[in-house]
Design a protein around this ligand. Structure first.
Ligand code: GCU
Length: 610
């Protein structure tokens, strides 16, 4: 079942919405649960979406003078907070995966020569949107934003919006039916109204020019484009970066894009040590956006990842978008600030946002705090790689991810998948997707997290053909947890490609506060023991440019069902879900603290991690 057949694809996706003055629709929304078989949303006959159901927001006829009508009423229904998942707000919906209808009223005054969009930061998984009873758009994908134009259907005074969100899983979805995290459903990120001039900027890219070679000293070029929607070719655009002495103009071509390139003397390049952001204003006609953008160069040279020309070691960790302590989908400044406090305590300069694009606040904070980011689309393990329609869906998700964050200096890696089965159909699918990512954004590195090295005894051979399409290879392994003993890592020998390698997942589970022998699972000592032996193994991998242990915080996952030890949580966190650090956290933090920030790889100073 896909989003509505024949529905025209969304017209645009607004870049830099969080830098625009918007009308927030966050807050309490009425909700009604449409339990299976979801009759309020889907026609029982053919599964098509009903426009004549709850979308009309009618109220029950009480007087018998009027005919009996649909039995629902948003006006008297309870509310859920938006943004927010429904699972952790309403106990009866904790394990609910299905359809929930959201509704709220809002006042609106149309302004002449303007257009208005309903912007949704994300909604998991499928969304169907009506305004004043008119269908305006649908969206598939739980972790990327979408914009729906309401100009034609919004009117002066009170308006109402109805959004049906369906978090049901399907084989051909991305991710598919099985994944190791909690299926938080709902309007999980900010919702707002964005009014722009009739001719407006819906997309722009302002980056350091990615030349064939990079030299730190001397002049650098800032390049990119500004896309103006609804304006004729030849429309003027202006790009100003006062602090860098840049003020340049360009004009749009037939495709609405105005390309530009401007020289900048002595740019302060963005890096974790100096996360400098410039005020960048792009304007055209009556429209203007001022964004905060850092300029940096990221590339591979041999076995090294170079940031602004210098080799860098990625001191990272994995992170799900689950709010520490509070629980539920992370969706606020407070949630993000707390996560970054732990990243700071870990002395991290890098984070893998897994396995899907997170709230844009993560990238904004990483830009400001100087944390580099691996961003990924949720092609997690088994996906319908044999279906062209699923490939098209993956491309849309990739484009949405890149479009939202391409101006974020912190984002250095785009990942197209995690732990997918090594077979020719999958490899061709992901190779095409990796090349599409590189075509879409040639300024960043393309990666994927691989599993399944083969080999025997202590030999680990990674020869997955997908690596040919990657700039940096992520390797997941769980020596000492899912296989072997912790100590086996000491003698494990890896055969890896001559490419920069990130150990993108490793570790084991521990229930925080549970102590015992290092031969007892789910004890902090055993988790620590796994880490200590991993570091012996890492010191034998010359291609290693980064680490992202699995994972910063324990996180909800329905399949983790050992009472007391797990209680529905994956316990591989370095920190418990309520924010308590485990022994392995201190081990990682000490190790990262000792690593000189200029470290580019394993060196003697790191060897003594034991
Ligand atoms: C996998 C997977 C994660 C999962 C982890 C685990 O490697 O990528 O999503 O949570 O292993 O099993 O804990």
């Amino acid at each position: 079942m896909s989003t509505r057949e024949g529905t025209p694809p969304l017209r645009t996706l607004l870049v830099g919405v969080d830098k625009r003055a918007v009308v927030s629709l966050d807050g309490p929304w009425h909700y009604l649960v449409d339990q299976p078989p979801f009759k309020a949303l889907y026609n029982e006959r053919d599964g098509s979406v009903r426009d004549n159901g709850y979308a009309l927001n009618t109220h029950p006829n009480i007087s018998t003078d009027k005919p009996h009508n649909d039995e629902y009423d948003f006006a008297t229904a309870p509310t859920l907070k938006v943004p927010g998942d429904w699972n952790t707000q309403e106990p009866t919906l904790f394990r609910y995966e299905g359809v929930v209808f959201y509704q709220r009223d809002f006042n609106f005054e149309p302004r002449p020569n303007t257009r208005t969009f309903l912007h949704v930061g994300a909604a998991n998984y499928r969304s169907f949107v009506w305004l004043n009873g008119k269908h305006i758009c649908d969206h598939e994908g739980g972790f990327t934003p979408f914009d729906c134009e309401i100009t034609a259907v919004a009117h002066s005074g009170s308006n109402f919006v109805v959004i049906a969100v369906d978090s049901t899983r399907h084989q051909d979805d991305i991710p598919s039916v099985s994944y190791d995290w909690f299926d938080f459903g709902g309007l999980t990120r900010d919702v707002s109204l964005v009014t722009v001039p009739a001719a407006f900027i819906d997309d722009y890219e302002v980056q350091l020019e990615h030349e064939a070679t990079f030299t730190l000293a001397g002049e650098h070029k800032v390049f990119g484009y500004v896309h103006v929607e609804g304006a004729p070719a030849g429309t003027a655009v202006k790009i100003r970066i006062p602090e860098a002495g840049i003020s340049t103009t360009a004009s749009t071509g037939a495709d609405g894009r105005a390309q530009f390139s401007a020289a900048a003397k002595s740019l302060v390049l963005w890096s974790p040590a100096k996360p400098h952001l410039y005020k960048v204003t792009v304007s055209s006609g009556a429209d203007s956006i001022t964004d905060d953008i850092g300029f940096r160069d990221i590339r591979v040279s041999g076995l090294k990842v170079l940031l602004n020309g210098a080799p860098v070691f990625l001191r990272g960790v994995n992170l799900h978008a689950e709010a520490p302590v509070r629980g539920g989908r992370a969706d606020s400044d407070a949630d993000v600030a707390l996560m970054f406090r732990y990243l700071q305590d870990l002395h991290a300069n890098f984070v893998r946002l897994c396995h899907y694009p997170h709230d844009e606040r993560m990238e904004r904070t990483a830009d400001r705090d100087g944390i580099m980011i691996w961003s990924e689309i949720p092609l997690w393990q088994h996906i319908s790689f044999d279906k062209p329609a699923v490939y098209d869906k993956a491309v849309v998700m990739l484009h949405e991810m890149v479009r939202r964050d391409k101006n974020k200096a912190s984002v250095i890696l785009w990942s197209v998948s995690n732990e997918t089965p090594n077979n020719p159909v999958r490899t061709s699918f992901l190779t095409n997707l990796a090349n599409e990512a590189r075509r879409t954004d040639p300024t960043r590195l393309i990666t994927s997290a691989l599993i399944g090295p083969h080999g025997s005894g202590n030999q680990m051979v990674q020869d997955d053909k997908l690596m040919d399409a990657l700039d940096v290879v992520g390797q997941n392994e769980y020596i000492g947890w899912y296989g072997g003993k912790a100590i086996d890592a000491d003698t494990t020998q890896w055969t890896l490609p001559q490419k920069p390698i990130i150990m993108s997942e490793f570790g084991g589970e521990a229930k925080q506060g549970l102590h015992g022998a290092k031969t007892e699972r789910w004890r902090e000592e055993q988790q620590l023991d796994i880490y200590q032996h991993q570091f012996v193994m890492f010191s034998h991998i010359p291609q290693l440019v980064g680490l992202t242990p699995w994972i910063l915080f324990d996180f909800r996952s329905p399949g983790r069902n050992i009472p007391v030890l797990q209680d529905g949580y994956n316990r591989k966190g370095l920190v418990s879900e309520d924010g308590k650090k485990k022994l392995a956290f201190d081990f990682m933090s000490d190790f990262y603290a000792k690593m000189p920030s200029s470290a580019s790889g394993w060196s003697s100073s790191t060897a003594s991690a034991k």
